[in-house]
Design a protein around this ligand. Sequence first.
Ligand SMILES: CC(C)(COP(=O)(O)OP(=O)(O)OC[C@H]1O[C@@H](n2cnc3c(N)ncnc32)[C@H](O)[C@@H]1OP(=O)(O)O)[C@@H](O)C(=O)NCCC(=O)NCCS
Length: 157
Amino acid sequence: MKIELLRQADLELVQRLVQLDKAAFGQGGMNEWQLVPLIRHGRVFTALRQGEIAGCVQYMLDWDNPRSAYMVGVAMDEKVRGRGLGTEFIKQTLQILADEGLAAVELTVSLENTAAIRVYETKLGFARTTIRRDEYGAGEHRVVMTVSLENFAGRKE
Ligand SMILES: CC(C)(COP(=O)(O)OP(=O)(O)OC[C@H]1O[C@@H](n2cnc3c(N)ncnc32)[C@H](O)[C@@H]1OP(=O)(O)O)[C@@H](O)C(=O)NCCC(=O)NCCS
């Protein structure tokens, strides 16, 4: 699996990433207007496998706490889930952020998303900090999770 930091908002690639996000999140998925600013001003990484996009993760800096990043979202192509690739992909991007000097990453996830929580908590060491009720609409509760990047720095193979 090859990990790439996107520097260009190439239209075809952006459309493929929007499609990946919609397949994973439905109406909660990102559109071009949301993804392109993140490519240009945040950090968007892709996972490539045999030349194909296998996953995408997006981060933005936290304005009030600029040594922290917020993970906007992550999605692996359905065909490759459950093989450890998502964990490896996120881990490698956390190592890159740590080597850039960031100290922590925060994210939110739906309480029902047991697969993602398992990856964040058990495999990557994120801890639950709080629950935000009705965050994205009535009944759309989110668990807030954070991880210190201390243990990720300098570990990139
Ligand atoms: C979350 C996601 C990125 C993880 O990627 P992945 O490549 O499947 O991750 P991994 O294979 O490294 O690990 C998945 C773990 O969840 C487990 N899992 C899978 N489906 C599960 C389910 N329905 N319930 C509980 N655990 C589940 C797997 O067994 C695996 O753990 P294990 O290796 O200990 O068995 C991927 O599932 C995904 O894209 N989901 C849709 C989008 C999403 O929910 N993103 C996160 C939103 S914040």
